[in-house]
Design a protein around this ligand. Structure first.
Ligand code: SER
Length: 315
């Protein structure tokens, strides 16, 4: 059993990660931390602390006092929100990472998980089956912060032996907690609108293919990566992770098989340019080789589970 801290626990990934980690480590051994004063309702089964990751002294004091085997640092601004507030996005996405990397370097944390993203790639990257190692010229603030973060993770590992692990998540699709401020969020919103009003207007064009993944696969990947023996983790920047790839049109068609009168229309906005700069699909052979990664959910499975479970009252 490990002593675990999840920072940014109230977000889309954090909520489900805390629930999964509490199953594995015991409710009381996984502390959920978030900027929100009130503990999110789904996380009340175990300890909760209010934490501002930008308050370096407070974060340091808390972690040095408690000591953690694992820290998951999920507090960040996503791609679309970051474009609207570049200075703050850079500050939030980078400063929190340094605080946690330094604490691990000093011996107060044994293992760190920090998420990267397909946003590290850019328009000059090969878009189909994007390889692990390739051209990386991101054009978004979010992508630049994730690429810089990857380089720092690798640096802290090679210079100071910090055990930090990371995944380049594709767009994540879930029903327990809403995403906020991402370019891939349309693929979550669509299920709520399909169920509530049987129609949806996509902010990406019909043929915009992006790599996507159902949250259960993403959580399993995260836990498998963190449980793998350190010597099998050959990549200390971040692993490519493939799931499924689809366009808004293909997703709409899959929903129509369950809700025959569902209608989709398209009104691309500023997020189209972000999506156009990202890969269509991802080659994750390194993750398969190093820690036996395999995704489970295909498009049909994802559509069925989402339509069965989204709660339209969450909107
Ligand atoms: N899903 C994220 C976003 O759209 C990418 O990491 O910003």
């Amino acid at each position: 059993m490990s002593n675990v801290l999840v920072i940014g626990a109230g977000g889309q990934i954090g909520t489900e990660l805390v629930l999964a980690l509490r199953k594995n480590h015991g409710e009381q051994n996984v502390v959920a931390a978030d900027i929100k004063i009130e503990c999110p309702p789904l996380l009340t089964g175990g300890p909760y602390v209010q934490m501002d990751v930008l308050n370096r002294d407070a974060v340091r004091n808390y972690i040095i006092y408690k000591g953690f085997d694992e820290v998951y640092l999920l507090a960040a601004l996503l791609s679309a929100t970051a474009e609207k507030n570049p200075d703050f996005a850079w500050k939030l996405n980078m400063e929190g990472l340094f605080t946690i990397l330094d604490l691990a370097k000093e011996g107060h944390i044994k293992r760190i998980f920090w998420p990267s993203s397909i946003a590290v790639f850019g328009p000059t990257t090969p878009a189909d089956q994007t390889p692990q190692t390739t051209v990386m010229e991101p054009t978004t603030v979010y992508g630049i912060s994730k690429l810089a973060g990857e380089r720092w993770c690798e640096y802290y590992h090679s210079k100071f032996g910090v055990d930090v692990r990371s995944i380049r998540y594709p767009g994540l699709i879930s029903y327990k907690s809403l995403p906020g401020g991402g370019t891939t969020d349309y693929a979550v919103d669509i299920f709520y609108k399909a169920k509530a009003v049987k129609s949806f207007t996509s902010f990406l064009s019909e043929d915009t293919a992006l790599p996507m993944m159902f949250m259960d696969d993403a959580i399993r990947a995260t836990i498998e990566l963190m449980n793998a023996p350190s010597e099998s983790i050959k990549i200390r920047s971040a692993y490519n992770l493939g799931g499924i790839s689809f366009t808004p049109k293909q997703l709409g068609e899959a929903i129509t098989k369950v809700i025959p009168d569902f209608q989709i229309s398209y009104a691309p906005d500023f997020r189209q340019e972000i999506a156009d700069s990202w890969p269509n699909s991802i080659d994750d052979s390194e993750a398969k080789k190093d820690w036996n990664w395999k995704h489970q959910y295909d498009l049909e499975g994802l559509v069925n589970i989402m339509l069965a479970n989204v709660d339209i009252n969450l909107l």
